[in-house]
Ligand binder design. Structure first.
Ligand code: PRP
Ligand code: ADE
Length: 178
């Protein structure tokens, strides 16, 4: 059932103090990727959530870089396409961009101008919600493209940083909370 799947996911997340900067407790998802059953559990739980909470999904939109690990797998399950939001300067052709703050720095995110059409219904996916700067930027990019954001999904939510508030009014579904 979902509880044991959640336990399996939980068991495959490690914490590293003071990475990449002093004072940050880094939640490492590499053990999930390394374990076939844990990775399947993540995608199963995301898929169940989408099938229960969202009707028509046109595209999964994933964030550079760790959103790329889960996004395409979920998109395949749902039978929809995957779109990349990348850090500045990585995408060819015409792009739309937005700058944002991170738990440990600043960055700029971009999407190809023709990646999403006006009115398309998208779900945004990443590995982790910290301050919410990254997901907020992704929602901004989708707004600029006139796409409809159905919601956001992450493996891990860091509750004390209140990222949920930053992403409002969009919802953030998470599997594991700290
Ligand atoms: C991390 C993480 C999220 C983001 C969350 O990515 O994978 O994308 O930070 O933080 P926020 O909620 O405060 O915005 P990072 O920018 O470190 O890049 P990476 O995936 O390339 O390591
Ligand atoms: N991205 C932002 N904050 C993070 C954290 N504490 N662990 C892993 N990735 C992060």
């Amino acid at each position: 059932g979902s509880e044991s799947k959640l336990q399996l996911v939980h068991k495959h997340i490690r914490a590293f103090p003071d990475f990449p900067k002093k004072g940050v407790l880094f939640r490492d998802i590499c053990p999930i990727l390394k374990d076939a059953a844990a990775l399947t559990a993540v995608i199963d739980l995301f898929e169940e959530h989408v099938r229960i909470s969202h009707q028509q999904v046109d595209l999964i939109v994933g964030l550079d870089a760790r959103g790329f690990l889960f996004g395409p797998l979920l998109a395949q399950r749902l039978g929809v396409g995957f779109v990349l939001i990348r850090k500045k300067g990585k995408l060819p052709g015409a792009t739309v961009s937005v700058s944002y703050d991170l738990e440990y720095g600043k960055a700029e995110a971009e999407v190809q101008e023709d990646a999403v059409a006006a009115g398309q219904k998208v779900l945004i996916i990443d590995d982790l919600l910290a301050t919410g700067g990254t997901l907020y930027a992704a929602c901004e990019l989708m707004r600029k493209q006139q796409a409809e954001v159905l919601g956001c999904m992450v493996v891990i939510e860091l509750r004390e940083l209140n990222g949920i508030d930053k992403v409002k009014p969009h919802s953030v579904f998470s599997l594991v909370q700290y």
